[in-house]
Structure formats: C-alpha cells, structure tokens
Write a protein that binds this ligand. Structure first.
Ligand SMILES: Cc1cc2nc3c(=O)[nH]c(=O)nc-3n(C[C@H](O)[C@H](O)[C@H](O)COP(=O)(O)OP(=O)(O)OC[C@H]3O[C@@H](n4cnc5c(N)ncnc54)[C@H](O)[C@@H]3O)c2cc1C
Length: 423
C-alpha cells in the first residue's frame, strides 16, 4: 500500500493532525508529530477543572449539525453528546426578551437565495437585493450572524457558502460532548500513542526543505527531522511563517483566497446563577444576544454550572486588541452589567474564576477559524492536491458545509491520510 513504508511528519497535534496520524499509523506508516505547544488539541483547549468545576472549553465547545466523523469517533471513544435545548433571549438596549427570530422578509430572502446561481460577497448580496430601509433589520441580523457566528467579514464572505446555514433558519442543531472536546482529543492522542505515533512537543516548525527526494523539517532551536513527506495542519495564518520548498510555496499562496476570522471567548464562573434571580423566566436560557461590546452570551443549560460564556467574533474584534485578558474580563462584566441593569461591582463580587482569550493573540492559532470567500473552493482544491511531498490539511481545507469546525478538521485529516494511502 502506498505510504506504508514511508516516514511521514505531521506538523500540528490538533484534531486534523491526530486524525491523519491515527489513520496512517494503522496502515503501517511511521508517523512523527511535531507540535509547537506542550499539549495536543490546538484550538480545542480544555480549561482547568479545578477552576471551573467541569471540563470547560476555552476553544471549540459545540458539535454542529450532523458531524458524521465526530459522532463516529465519539461512539468509538464511548463518549456521549448532550443536545442543546433551552431558550434564546435577546437584549434590545432596553429589555431582555425571548428572541423573535421571525423577520417579515424571511420568505423573500429564501426565494432570492434559492434562485442564486453566481456567487457574490454577502455585503454585495445585501446591497443588490435588500438595500431599502425596510430591510434594515434583515441586513442587521444577517451581518450579525456572518460576523458573530462565522467570524467572517461580510465584504469578503461567500453568499453561496453561507446559504445552507441561512436556509435552515440560521443555525443547525448543536450539542456538547460530555467531558468536553478535551475528552475526544485525549482518546485520539491515546490511540495514536498506542499505535506507535511519535510525539515531539515544543517543536516550532520554521522550514521544510527538499533535497534528493527526502524532506528535512527544521524547528526553532535547531532540531531537524528527516522524512519522506510532510503534512502541514497549522492554522492558515501560520503557513506564512514556515519556509517551504518552491513547489509547495506556489500552492500555499492559494490560502490567501480563504478567509480566517477571529473570536474573543470569555468564560466567567460565578458563585451562583445570579441572572436567574434577576428574571425567573431565564432559568432555561441558553443563548442571549445583544449589541454590547461582548455581544453574545450563553449558559451551560441544561447543566446548572453557574458559568456565563461571552463571545465576540469577526473583524470588529480588532477594536478590542488589548493583550491583557483582564481587560477582556472587564469588558465582559461591563456588557453583563448593561444587559442586566445591575451595578458591575455586584456582578464582579460573584465572580469566582475567569478565562479570557483573544485568539488573534494566540501565537500558534493567530485567530479562530476559516470561512469561505467566493474563491475559496478553488483555492481548497489547489491546496488539497497530493502532488508534492508537502501536503496541506486542517479545518480550512474542508469542502463541506461546516467549514471552520472540529468536524471539518477531523474530516480533512482523514481525507489527507486516505489520499496518501490510495497513492
Ligand atoms: C474560540 C474558538 C471557539 C470555537 N468553537 C468551535 C465550536 O464550538 N465547534 C467547532 O466545531 N469548532 C469550533 N472552533 C473551531 C475548531 O476549534 C477548529 O476548527 C479545529 O479545532 C481546528 O483543528 P485543526 O487541527 O485544523 O487546527 P489546530 O487545532 O489549530 O491544530 C494545529 C496545530 O498546529 C500547531 N502549530 C501551529 N504552528 C506550528 C508550528 N510552526 N510548528 C508546529 N506546530 C504548530 C498548533 O499549536 C496546533 O496544535 C472554535 C475555535 C475557536 C478558536
């Protein structure tokens, strides 16, 4: 079988790297993973159980939609999923109310989307079809979703790529893994170790060189790893920092046609769920949407952990570029104080633990996840070709509907490994 007698180096021990490694090593390939961090998981980032009292996720948290590769892996690992239930609320600047997702122009939007043949950016789509004052609310909710949920820039994001999401009323069903995404990574990493994958942590790959049909992977600090092929699973922005052989450099340029967005995620654990005391109907609240500095909040419902998670995604996160996590926690408390009309000091007094990350500042992620522009599918096809000794894999390479997810990363890793094994 092709790939079997080879030594393959995988750069990155995130979901894509681990999934590719397991598939290859099962077929008899020798696999070494070089990982810059001191842990597996990458943008799956479990937080300390002692601080949050449950396996809280500082990075990926939800399983979106059908996610067949993720669900198959969960079954193998004996892990279960909890579907997200509960109510969505919103704050309109004056009151908190149950979210009214009905828009009078919904049918019109669906009809235009259905008939759309040629791709265009979301901003252009809205200018062309929904320009009038009547559509202000529709435009606002679409822009809010594209920026907040997809972490994308409406001026560059593909309408066709997002159409599926909108045509299903905005969001596909979501679930959480009992034990968090960390439990899934632990399972994959243990599988890789059991099957003989070699892990090297703290290895920041700087260059890949090709000489006489062999590859040399150079790490910061001077380590060099020889091999036959390399799979790069680093997040898109990191590709620019790695020197590549001529043939791969040309291909990597296609990555400029794939969008990459940022997210700020803030987890606040309180001594008690004070928001339920403010308003009894909030007992089964999941999501709360607002136009505050940290606009989206969610609870752990139906689990009772007194934790609120704040979320701010998209290009506007650049305005909150302060590197200090405490400044993000403060911004989160300010937003909650405004939404719940409660003095900020009172909310802060209930705070027991906090974790805040602006993912643009994470040196090995440089942002959160990818999104599609009208030229992304073409770029992905170029990047995914197995026509040189350097292959590209990871969430940004996934051509299905849910780009930018863990499912995308797992499926891409699997596809890359199978492509190598097919020859
Ligand atoms: C805040 C946040 C929330 C998210 N929420 C969700 C969610 O709810 N559901 C969902 O499905 N997805 C979510 N995602 C997206 C999901 O986490 C990613 O799509 C997925 O984990 C990416 O996996 P990957 O293997 O492609 O990349 P990564 O996980 O980034 O793995 C790449 C690895 O490469 C390493 N690396 C980088 N540079 C180098 C180098 N030079 N040398 C060596 N190693 C290097 C990194 O440290 C990393 O471990 C979220 C992401 C973020 C940031």
């Amino acid at each position: 079988m092709p790939g079997q007698s080879e030594h393959i180096v995988i750069v990155g021990a995130g979901a894509a790297g681990l999934m590719a490694a397991r598939e290859l090593v099962r077929a008899g390939t020798t696999v070494t993973i070089l990982e810059a961090r001191e842990r597996c998981g990458g943008r799956i980032h479990p937080l300390s159980i002692s601080e949050f009292e449950y396996p809280a996720d500082g990075g990926a948290e939800f399983v979106h939609g059908e996610a067949p590769v993720t669900r198959a892996l969960l079954r193998e690992a004996g892990l279960s999923l909890q579907e997200i239930e509960g109510e969505r609320w919103s704050f309109d600047g004056a009151d908190i109310m149950r979210e009214d997702r009905h828009d009078p122009h919904e049918a019109e939007l669906q009809a235009v989307l259905r008939d759309l043949r040629d791709d265009l950016t979301v901003a252009e789509f809205l200018r062309r079809h929904f320009a009038g004052d009547d559509y202000a609310r529709l435009r606002h909710s679409i822009e809010r979703m594209v920026e907040g949920y997809d972490a994308a820039d409406p001026e560059r994001a593909s309408t066709l790529a997002l159409r599926e999401e909108w045509m299903h009323g905005g969001h596909s069903p979501q679930a959480r893994i009992d034990g968090g995404y960390g439990a899934l990574i632990d399972f994959l990493a243990a599988e890789c170790r059991r099957l003989g994958v070699i892990f090297r942590f703290g290895c920041v790959v700087l260059a890949i060189e090709e000489a006489g049909g062999k590859m040399a992977v150079r790490c910061a600090g001077g380590d060099v790893q020889g091999c036959d092929r390399v799979i790069l699973t680093v997040p898109l922005p990191l590709l620019r920092d790695i020197a590549l052989p001529e043939s791969a450099r040309g291909k990597a340029a296609a990555a400029d046609e794939i969008g990459f967005g940022n997210v700020i995620k803030i987890l606040l654990r309180f001594s008690r769920p004070w928001w339920r005391e403010r308003k009894q109907e909030l007992a089964n609240m999941t999501f709360l949407l607002s136009d505050q500095a940290i606009p989206v909040w969610w609870t752990q419902y139906p689990n009772g952990h007194p934790v609120l998670t704040g979320w701010f995604g998209g290009p506007r996160t650049a305005a909150l570029s302060h590197p200090d996590p405490q400044a993000l926690v403060d911004a989160g408390l300010d937003s909650l104080a405004a939404i719940f009309k409660q003095p900020r000091g009172e909310i802060a007094r209930e705070l027991v633990a906090a974790a805040a990350t602006n993912w643009a500042h994470d040196p090995y992620a440089c942002g959160a996840y990818s999104w599609a522009t009208p030229r992304t599918r073409e770029a992905q096809t170029i990047l995914a070709r197995a026509d040189s000794a350097v292959l590209f894999s990871g969430e940004a390479l996934y051509r299905g509907a849910d780009m930018g997810t863990v499912e995308a990363a797992l499926a891409s890793g699997l596809e890359t490994a199978r492509m190598i094994l097919r020859g």
